[in-house]
Design a protein around this ligand. Structure first.
Ligand code: 475
Length: 831
């Protein structure tokens, strides 16, 4: 009923909405127009950078037109929207993705060909938007992709970091970080919106508003401005274009002319510099909480601007605030945006004058919260004194939220003092700390984990008491998924063509259940040969990429064994490289004839370590030290190659993922919440070697146990092993001992630099149970080798796996969120 007032359909509106023509001549005109008018070049002075920029701007025009249409339509029909709040969006490149979505790839390839450029080279001119660390950030990007493709009204909200994820260089085997100045070149995929700017306060003091119970005036001189930049999200096979709105921070007010006139040049701009810092840089921590004051201010700037924007958009509908939950669902991507909860309370109480109970009811019906990790070091906690100083109003609101919550718990469970202490949002440590996961849980109507096992674990661990108090129904599972557009169609054209042929058309790209049709072709000899050939072509492409980035030559005929993900102790890259060392030892022991019968293998590692994570950086050094020795060993040759691909990124993943024969997902059971690259590798015909952890388990259920190599202890066994190892030194099995010996003998250079890694197992309690899982890990490798030698069976595994992976499309995940948490519906845009 209550619709946004819209303008009459004027001729102008109709004109602005009529789709730009798609013929080659129109495309060429628009590319030339941008070349000359936007970039002041001529067709005579075009280079591939400008070929990229001009064609990207031309594609962008088409997207922005659809963007306008989409948002105007959603406003007009009064659609409920979901807002996916995330401090990270690991988008990667957009150009190729947009060309595919608009189904204009061949047309642009033709136009670029006419002026002497290969589309592939032009695509390579684009820099990744690397506004994220790893799994959590890439998940957010896949989810906004699915929202757009499935015609769900929804936006992502995030921060526009001036420096994204650092670039990783490998110097002398060590990781060295270089800043990612991704905005130094023009970015066609963002649209500045200076008219969408909100003030955000910090520090200051409170004045109680007389006659009210919960209303305060927050007085502060430190006010920054958050300005919006919109990134269009192309929807494949639909006119729907989604949006990621990113905030950039600047000072509220102008250059300080008084200071400048007084000769204080630095002081005149000092405020601007102080403000900019808030959105200067992405914190490069994955699964770790840094706890820095700047991070808290970053999080608040993000939450305040986002909530102000959402409330402002809602108020334009003219509806009463009590209906906000009917128009907006807000999903918190982990605890990082949790300040959105007290910020909405502040807006409703102080700006809008609502009473507490009504404000709280609106807030809890609007928010839902996703947990992504159980690692204790990742749990966000903020010291109360810090929060009180920076955000005095929010600290007060959090105290009240906690008070009312604990009163309720006490009524429910009288005399259980321990429960009150354990469940309190304020941890009674010194200093006291705000537990953000508890605040997110209390302020949301749903809490979800990201794979079945993970959702069970959080109900038994961190949220155990909350299950007792708030009931089990609040806690649900939403197994992760990945976008088939980028992770199949874009990154693996060879396999995608085969699937399209089998399905009959490209509809599988937006409906992955159709890929089941592959099962019918599993015995078709000709098809199987082409399937194998597609994988080999992808392996050759990766071999070229490896040569270009590392100078190492690898044979595409070898088994490609890949572990590509953030470097973290719980992910156990150390266990992988120790097994490589053991393999090297075995090969060295063999007679040449015997060695020649071994299955050639290329072991590929890729991933970044957080800049301050010393152990992870030593693991990178060890991998590179082993690679240097093994790759230079003429006795070994192609039987074993070890490669560390530097600067892992979304774009690097698009080269690596389609080329794996096996990929490793070998976290200690119970530690990897879900994993998403496991899904990507299998969707590209690779097989998993993995532990019984995260989404590996559900992947195994879907593809069948023949199609996955499991090993290692189970999640419920971990506590006992850990307990034992706290008090007993592990006794490494002979294989593991062999690897230690080789390192200690100096085979890979200075032994003492690697001793701390060995000590983490022998003397540090072996928290990640490498000594426990190593024997079964070696056995699993043998099973993989045996299976790979039977090429026929291997191809069968590969085809059946892809056929049965529909569950792991992010479209399935988003549909579950939409139906069971957000209560939103798809609305295809119609004119
Ligand atoms: C899990 N990041 C994966 C993925 O659900 C899972 C934490 C604190 C500060 C900064 N970043 C983080 C994460 O916790 C994270 O990336 N978690 C990952 O989320 C998506 O598939 O198992 O480790």
């Amino acid at each position: 009923q209550a619709k946004t007032p819209t303008r009459e359909d004027t001729e102008f509106r109709a004109y602005s909405h009529s789709e730009i023509a798609r013929d080659a001549a129109t495309i060429k005109n628009s590319v030339v127009m941008h070349l000359t008018a936007t970039f002041l070049r001529t067709p005579a002075s075009i280079d591939s950078t400008h070929a990229y920029l001009a064609s990207a701007f031309s594609v962008r025009d088409r997207l922005l037109q659809r963007w306008n249409l989409t948002n105007e339509f959603h406003d007009r029909i009064g659609a409920k929207r979901v807002y996916y709040m995330s401090l990270e969006f690991l988008v990667g490149r957009t150009f190729d993705n947009a060309l595919l979505a608009l189904q204009l790839r061949d047309e642009y390839a033709g136009v670029l060909g006419d002026v002497g450029f290969r589309l592939e080279d032009v695509i390579d001119e684009e820099r990744d938007a690397a506004l994220g660390n790893g799994g959590l950030g890439r998940l957010a990007a896949c989810y906004v992709d699915s929202l757009a493709c499935m015609n769900y009204p929804g936006w992502g909200y995030g921060l526009r970091y001036r420096y994204g994820m650092f670039q990783q260089q490998i110097i002398n085997g060590y990781q060295v970080e270089a800043p990612d100045c991704w905005l130094d070149t023009p970015n066609p995929w963002e649209f500045p919106r200076p008219d969408v700017t909100y003030p955000v306060k910090f520090y200051g003091r409170l004045e109680h508003v007389p006659g009210s119970a919960h209303r305060y005036r927050w007085v502060s001189d430190v006010v920054y401005d958050a300005m919006a930049f919109d990134m269009p999200v192309p929807g494949y096979g639909t006119t729907n274009v989604g949006n990621i709105r990113l905030w950039s921070c600047k000072t509220n007010g102008l250059f300080d002319l008084n200071k400048f006139n007084a000769g204080d040049y630095a002081g005149a701009t000092g405020g601007q510099v102080a403000a900019q810092i808030l959105t200067d840089v992405l914190y490069p921590n994955d699964n770790t909480n840094e706890g820095k004051e700047l991070r808290l201010r970053q999080e608040y700037l993000f939450c305040s601007a986002t909530l102000q924007d959402i409330v402002a958009r809602f108020k334009r509908t003219g509806r009463p605030l009590s209906e906000l939950p009917d128009m907006a669902a807000i999903q918190l991507n982990d605890t990082h945006p949790t300040l959105g909860i007290p910020e909405l309370m502040r807006i409703l109480l102080d700006d809008e004058g609502l009473e507490w109970d009504e404000a709280w009811d609106i807030t809890t019906r609007t928010f839902a919260f996703t947990n992504h990790t159980v690692l204790p070091e990742a749990m966000e906690k903020w010291p109360v004194p810090m929060m009180d100083r920076i955000l005095p109003r929010h600290m007060g609101i959090i105290y009240d939220i906690n008070l009312f919550f604990l009163q309720r718990v006490e009524k429910q469970f009288p005399d259980d003092r321990g429960l009150l202490r354990d469940i309190s949002i304020i941890e009674e440590s010194s200093p006291q700390q705000v537990r953000m996961a508890f605040l997110a849980c209390v302020g949301s109507h749903r809490v979800n984990g990201v794979a079945a096992i993970h959702s069970d674990i959080i109900k038994q661990s961190i949220f155990k008491d909350f299950v007792r108090v708030m009931g089990e129904d609040k806690f649900v599972n939403k197994t992760n998924g990945v976008a088939p557009r980028r992770w199949m169609n874009e990154c693996n054209p060879a396999m995608s063509e085969l699937i399209t042929e089998v399905v009959g058309d490209r509809s599988w790209i937006n409906d992955l259940s159709k890929v089941r049709a592959l099962e019918a072709r599993v015995d078709d000899e000709a098809f199987r040969r082409r399937w194998w050939a597609a994988k080999q072509a992808n392996k050759r492409r990766l071999a070229d990429y490896i040569l270009a980035t590392t100078g190492i030559r690898v044979s595409p005929d070898a088994l490609f064994d890949v572990q590509a993900k953030r470097i973290h102790e719980y992910k156990r890259q150390l266990m992988n490289i120790l097994s490589v060392i053991y393999r090297y030892h075995r090969l060295k022991e063999m007679a040449p004839a015997e060695r020649a019968r071994e299955l050639p293998r290329v072991v590929v590692f890729a991933g970044k370590a957080a800049a301050g994570y010393w152990v992870a950086k030593q693991v990178i050094k060890l991998i590179n030290a082993v690679a240097e020795v093994v790759n230079a060993d003429d006795e070994i040759g192609d039987v074993l190659k070890v490669v560390f691909v530097p600067d892992y990124s979304v774009t690097a993943a698009e080269h690596i993922v389609p080329a794996s024969d096996i990929s490793q997902h070998i976290s200690t059971a119970g530690t990897e919440a879900s994993g998403t690259s496991n899904m990507k590798f299998v969707l590209n015909g690779g097989i998993i070697l993995g532990t019984v952890d995260g989404a590996n388990i559900e992947i195994g259920e879907e593809v069948g146990e023949e199609q996955i190599f499991f090993f290692g202890c189970l999640a419920h066994e971990v506590a006992d092993f850990r307990h034992y190892l706290r008090f007993h030194q592990p006794k490494p099995d002979p294989a593991l001992q062999t690897a230690f010996d080789m390192i200690q003998r100096g085979t890979f250079g200075d032994a003492h630099i690697f001793q701390p890694l060995i000590d983490s197992i022998l003397r540090g309690g072996d928290v990640y149970l490498l000594s426990v899982d190593f024997p079964s890990y070696i056995e699993a490798h043998k099973a993989v080798e045996e299976a790979y030698r039977h090429r026929d069976d291997w191809v069968t595994k590969s085809i059946l796996s892809v056929a049965r992976m529909a569950k792991f499309s992010s479209d399935r995940a988003i549909q579950e969120y939409a139906e069971e948490i957000w209560n939103i519906e798809p609305v295809p845009v119609v004119e």
